[in-house]
Design a protein around this ligand. Sequence first.
Ligand SMILES: C[S@@+](CC[C@H](N)C(=O)[O-])C[C@H]1O[C@@H](n2cnc3c(N)ncnc32)[C@H](O)[C@@H]1O
Length: 224
Amino acid sequence: MKTLSREFDTTTTKRNYKQVAWFYNLWSLLTESKAARHVIKLADIHDKETILEVACGTGMVFKKIVQLNPNGINIGIDLSPDMLRRAQQRLGKLTAQNVVLKEGNVLQLDFSDERFDLVINNFMVDLMPVDTFPKIAKEFYRVLKPDGRLVISTFSFGKKRINKLWFWVAQNLPGLLTGCRPVSFQEYLIQAGFHIETSIEISQNTFPSEVIKARKKQRIEHGK
Ligand SMILES: C[S@@+](CC[C@H](N)C(=O)[O-])C[C@H]1O[C@@H](n2cnc3c(N)ncnc32)[C@H](O)[C@@H]1O
């Protein structure tokens, strides 16, 4: 199945997520929460790590990250101030100096090289244009420490016949899904230098997703 084309501009994306922020928690509970549980399990978080979640949305996964890493550094970025506001509300008393939520764009990650032990990214790549995929994979790679982990989930094509319904929705009613559509991101991670450790296909209430755990390969030093 082909990957549907999409365009990206920050103004439209912010406007779209301003409109859906109020019911996003219900949507994710019904379609993405199962993937989120796999993400947290695969992330294998240990306290005192330095963790970035890109496109943290309303904070469903970010809150778990903070709970599992109370003495580490937890940074969540998102393009949408409205989604971030909901994430802040969800954190409640968990707000602390080592917890940062701020606006940011995956295409211009404002972090130095090799800063993070773990990068998490859920259901964002599927709304970006395919020609941005190599850049996104490279940015994840750049900000991870050697041997660092990336755990990412995306809207996928799915393996079951019923999953194809969602391709139809993405194709014919894209506005209903804020432009998200099924994608396959693994090849871009491999091209960027990642080693794929795990890939799991999930179907939740017929909605298909893929969770991938990848690792930044240690650089091989030649001539030593
Ligand atoms: C489908 S929602 C997923 C939210 C959250 N990750 C979750 O799983 O609940 C997509 C999120 O990606 C954010 N987003 C879209 N484009 C982005 C970009 N270029 N950089 C950072 N965040 C972006 C949106 O604002 C929105 O919060």
